[in-house]
Design a protein around this ligand. Structure first.
Ligand code: ASP
Length: 297
């Protein structure tokens, strides 16, 4: 066989290089496909902003700071705040309350964590765009019905869900944790407005009851209170939603989701409730990833 000409050899080398490139491109595509499928979620779902007698977000600062560091946020990262649960903040009623709420949370995020690029989504005409450009989404507590109504009104339910599923860090407390669940149905709040739907972000497959409060029959007896306890109300939810799991997040606790792993943080146990089953108490720092699969307890 005739020796290949330089030109041919060159072409043949190019072909090899090209086929190598195709292979690595295919590999990248394959890895990306897997990456997209794996839902790289980063969620910090906090029970409450403020412990009794403490300053705003004081107890949660370490958790928020560590979560932000773990997710490579830096002082210039764009933090977009969702203030819509805050209808009555620092003496300001809705909608002025949003400015007051932004100022309150912005102060903590700047003074404690150094974030200089913190803005509330209520300032933007195109709120979906603001969410799409965020490096981290923060959803504050307050009235869950109002939060959900506004999120639906502005098309933020899909926008925030898509971003969280794409791995953008999400921090929520109280109402902000409620909305990470399939619905708002286990909030403690009054329905002060009517949202277009009770459906929420559905980032986790179970319901959270934030600020979970254990029954205190001795206090009820003392104050002669005959109304339902928190437990009674959750039992009502479970009676008509028998396949659902409700997680009672006691104050000063949080759930951390990192990819497919979820851990309970804080200094108190978490209670996991399901229809017709004994409630299960879970110790802090326990891996509770089984709840992400909506596994039966
Ligand atoms: N109102 C609570 C909050 O602080 C939410 C709740 O209790 O369901 O956001």
């Amino acid at each position: 066989m005739a020796a290949p000409t330089v030109g041919n050899r060159k072409r043949s080398n190019n072909c090899q290089a090209f086929s190598g490139e195709v292979k690595s491109f295919n590999l990248i595509l394959y890895l990306c496909k897997d990456f997209l499928k794996s839902k790289p979620m980063r969620l910090l779902l906090i029970s409450n902003s403020t412990n009794f007698g403490e300053t705003y977000l004081a107890w949660a600062c370490n958790q928020i700071e560590f979560f932000c560091l773990q997710n490579n946020l830096n002082p210039n990262s764009r933090i977009v705040f969702v203030p819509f649960a805050g209808v009555n903040i620092a003496g300001k009623a809705y909608p002025e309350s949003y400015d007051a709420y932004e100022a309150r949370v912005q102060k903590v995020f700047f003074e404690k964590f150094g974030f200089a690029n913190f803005t509330s989504v209520h300032h933007y005409d195109d709120k979906v765009k603001a969410i799409n450009e965020a490096d981290c989404i923060v959803v504050g507590g307050g009235n869950t019905f109002h939060l959900v109504a506004e999120m639906h009104r502005y098309g933020l339910m899909d926008a925030i869900r898509d971003r969280a599923l794409a791995g953008i860090p999400y921090i929520g407390w109280s109402a902000g944790s409620n909305v990470a669940c399939p619905t708002l149905c286990t909030t403690n709040d009054m329905p002060i407005v009517q949202p277009a739907s009770f459906k929420t972000l559905n980032l986790v497959p179970f319901q959270i009851n934030p600020h979970y409060l254990d029954p205190h029959p001795e206090i009820d007896k003392m104050i002669k209170h005959g109304g339902e306890t928190r437990q009674d109300r959750i039992n009502e939810y479970l009676a008509v939603n028998q396949k659902m799991v409700v997680v009672g997040l006691r104050e000063a606790t949080s759930l951390w989701v990192n990819d497919n792993k979820m851990t309970l943080k804080g200094g108190k146990k978490m209670i996991v409730m399901q229809y017709g089953k004994e409630a299960v108490e879970i110790e802090p720092n326990t891996d509770v990833s089984f709840l992400l699969g909506n596994a039966q307890v």
